[in-house]
Design a protein around this ligand. Structure first.
Ligand code: AMP
Length: 501
């Protein structure tokens, strides 16, 4: 696989160049290469199948070592961040049939031993095994990683990204964006989100350094800005929400990050006000808006947001498709719509992934062949005009909150499963089209709590076993019943009206 060969070349030509840096640790290309070799050998030694390997942790160098170790051993990896609760991890274990879970950090204890063999990265490296031959590495059509995203049925679904999908993406990034060679890339998103792939592999493919912003630091803005000021970051990758938070601090300017050359955004709409503030505060940097779902490997459109673009648009377009990809806009019957007409954005080309692991029916719903090429129905409404794509929200109940992708139906499923709830609808509070927080509209079961806040805290506590904190609604409103439409469906609009009063 070309990406691995390229990393190998950097190991030989620039062995001491840092591949990974965080507040707590750093490793060079030489270390990354040798340790991932050892990890591959150890994975081979402790497993006797070719099932995917779950890699659990946050932003430790052992995450990268284990990712590369897995693919060098011929197995895909599944990155799982520490923000994911154990019950959800068990559902990932069951769905992926993984037989090994590597804990990047021995201090992050995880109680899943009865479902899977758990080994710490340190204990696997201590075996000091030899690397398997390169003929064993994952090949072009093999799955390279599997990222689990929110699923409307209540269970997360695993998107299988092949080596070919990933290569199509990283080659586009390195060729069509001004990211140069040997630069320092900011990594803000945990590795279980595909936004992290936007910096991880372009950094490694171009001999650069990944600078990871660990969670503890993000929670302390003062320390975070101090660390950023010393980071030498040249390529910034984050959600627009994250940079918007940074912009609240007046010190977030080109003076804090004098080397910064490029901002890359993906994952949610980039507000005009954010792009405009960045151009003003970072006059030497270029700003790119990119768009794409995990199912089509991170991003497949892009546009440089210049002052001229800002002057022309009230809301920013997501840009033009990458050269090997086509975007078509289809109507409900699957008919191609002409320029200017709104329909569903469908992505066609080599970035379209293999679909959801072990979920053929779900896969068949949205993955198909369009004129003989792999295609994915995004569920995003959009318009094309001379190749320029603009997003117009979702056609379903998927939302983005602070950059996190989630299906309202998945949250509803888990809330309804808790002891004190009979029925539930989740209402996003989105005053300007941008989701600020979630409200749970709940019909409670009979209970003995005296006060509503006690009921809320009991429900929240139970939810935390199955959902990550970012999916737990901020507000809870209790109703006697959920309104229905005349045809018997839950009347989301009416419920939203009632709870947003
Ligand atoms: P994810 O799989 O987490 O990357 O989420 C993919 C979804 O995020 C897309 O289907 C869109 O709904 C949304 N999205 C991604 N990038 C953008 C963007 N630049 N502008 C608007 N929405 C976006």
């Amino acid at each position: 696989m070309k990406l691995l060969h390229t990393i190998h070349e950097y190991q030989q030509t620039k062995p001491t160049q840092p591949a990974f840096v965080s507040q707590h640790a750093s490793i060079t290309y030489d270390e990354l290469w040798h340790l991932s070799d050892q990890m591959a050998g150890a994975i081979d030694a402790v497993t006797n199948d070719s099932a995917p390997v779950i890699v659990y942790g946050h932003m430790e160098p052992e995450m990268l070592i284990s990712f590369l170790g897995s693919v060098k051993s011929g197995r895909p990896y599944i990155p799982v961040d520490i923000s994911i609760p154990a019950e959800r991890i068990v559902s990932i274990i069951e769905s992926s049939k993984a037989s090994l879970l590597i804990c990047a950090n021995e201090q992050n204890v995880l109680d899943v031993e009865e479902h899977i063999e758990v080994k710490s990265a340190a204990s696997l490296l201590a075996l000091e095994k030899e690397a398997p031959p390169s003929s064993q590495w994952v090949q072009q059509d093999d799955v390279f990683y599997i990222i689990y995203t929110s699923g409307s049925t209540g269970k997360p679904k695993g998107v299988q990204v092949t080596a070919k999908n990933l290569e199509s993406f990283t080659e586009w990034m390195c060729r069509d964006f001004p990211i140069g060679e040997g630069r320092t890339f900011l990594n803000q998103a945990p590795f279980s989100f595909d936004l992290s792939v936007m910096d991880l592999y372009p950094a490694l493919q171009s001999g650069g350094t990944l600078y990871c912003l660990v969670k503890d630091l993000v929670n302390k803005p003062k320390d975070m800005f101090a660390a950023l000021g010393q980071s030498d970051v040249e390529v910034w990758t984050s959600t627009p929400s994250f940079v918007q938070m940074c912009l609240m601090d007046p010190s977030f300017t080109g003076e804090l990050l004098p080397d910064l050359k490029v901002f890359l955004f993906c994952g949610e709409a980039l507000p005009v006000s954010v792009a405009s503030a960045l151009l003003e505060r970072f006059p030497k940097a270029q700003v790119f808006n990119t768009y794409g779902p995990t199912e089509a490997t991170v991003a497949i459109t892009s546009i440089e947001v210049t002052q001229a673009i800002l002057d022309q648009h009230d809301s920013l377009p997501v840009g033009y498709a990458k050269p090997d990809t086509d975007i078509v806009i289809l109507d409900e019957e699957g008919k191609n719509l002409p320029d200017g007409e709104k329909g569903e954005i469908v992505i066609v080309g080599p970035s379209v992934t293999r679909g959801y692991l072990g979920e053929q029916a779900l896969t068949d719903k949205v993955f198909f062949e369009y004129e003989g090429r792999p295609a994915y129905r995004t569920g995003d409404a959009g318009v094309a005009q001379d190749g320029l794509i603009t997003c117009h929200g979702r056609l379903d109940y998927q939302i983005k909150l602070h950059g996190y992708r989630m299906e309202l139906e998945e949250i509803e499923y888990h809330v309804s499963e808790t002891t004190h709830v009979n029925a539930c609808v989740i209402v996003p509070f989105q005053p300007n089209g941008h989701v600020e927080y979630l409200i749970a509209a709940i019909v409670p079961a009979a209970h003995s709590f005296e006060k509503e806040y006690q009921l809320t805290s009991a429900i929240k506590k139970e939810m935390a076993d199955s959902l990550p904190a970012y999916m737990i609604p901020r507000k809870f409103v209790y109703l006697e019943q959920l309104y229905m439409t005349p045809n018997g469906k839950v009347d989301r609009k009416r419920i939203a009206k009632e709870v947003l009063l």
